[in-house]
Design a protein around this ligand. Sequence first.
Ligand SMILES: *Cc1c(COP(=O)(O)O)cnc(C)c1O
Length: 395
Amino acid sequence: MLSHQETKNSAFQKHYDNYAWCSQRAWIEIDIAALSYNVKQLRQLLSPHTQLMAVVKADAYGHGAITVAQTALEAGASWLGVATVPEGMQLRESGIDAPILILGATHTLEQIQAIAEWQLQPTLSSPQQALIFSTALETIKGSSPIPVHIKLDTGMSRLGTHWGQASEFVQLVQGLPQLQIASIYSHLATADSEDTTVMKQQHARFESAIAQLKALGIAAPCLHLANSAATMSDRSLHYDMVRIGLGIYGLYPAPHLNDTVNLRSVLQVKARVTQVKTITAGSGVSYGHTFIAPNNMRIAVVGIGYADGVPRNLSNKMQVIIRGQRVAQIGNITMDQMMLDVSNIPGIQAGEVVTLLGKDGEEEISANDWAEKLNTISWEILCGFKHRLPRLALT
Ligand SMILES: *Cc1c(COP(=O)(O)O)cnc(C)c1O
């Protein structure tokens, strides 16, 4: 064993320190302060009586559902939205007691039992589903009426009953003693588009459904329609609640909405350099040799790959930030590793931190940058990071 003094002075120690302060090869950092800031900023777009539902489905868009839910509730959200029953149960198990709406479809007896037991609130999208719930709840001993949310299809053509049949549907549910209508809602298909034609048409259809109900003397306890984009673009869509996913994570649904509210990106993806080497002109890099060194180069190997959620289609197209400077990724991204051209930054060493998404110094790379290169949307990028990457919550 080397003495403390000896190790402290050794070259070995310098490298050892680089590795030791974080044992991870790659990880995700979640900026809790940014998340809280975003919820507060978005809240400021809303009138005081409009509630904010934090949409935390898909493990909070890859950010970690429990941490995000707790932070969002503290910052001013009062509802949580999930896609599935297990997602709701996970939040309840962590001690969260805010109302939780399941946005996805639920039908089975097991799902209905869990909804009753864990006090989750289902979306009802059809009369058949309402009857299934009603029958199932009759068999569950001692269950009191459960709150349900009526979903109308106003043009998304996903879940929901056609808006023209809203009153029949609502009246049927009202006649089922096991079910209590907590809200009526719909979902917009084109809220992030600059062309508002379809959004306006959906808005009008939602209004017409509400008018049908009013004519029958039925007042909905809560109406909601807006996702992030609609919340940012048009106050008349806010109603009693908005359902915000992307925005709380600090991303804008479309460039034309960038000026509507100030948001800070919450998620950063980082990894470490694991080896640095010189390769000679003509050397091929990685599987398939899709990159050939045009001259002698310094390259860095980094411990993150497509099994962590970095899309392989970004191979030879993406940049990363190291020491506040952008460098090019080269060769095919492999399952667990990738290579960088660090020829222009002298002295890069194993252990140094590479930022794949996020900010380092003046440079910033966002999920939107990746989405553009891949012809997809930032939502998919965020949800793509795998559980092999630990989520570190930074306060
Ligand atoms: C996912 C989802 C949202 C949130 O959408 P964002 O665009 O991320 O804000 C809102 N409502 C429903 C029904 C959803 O499925």
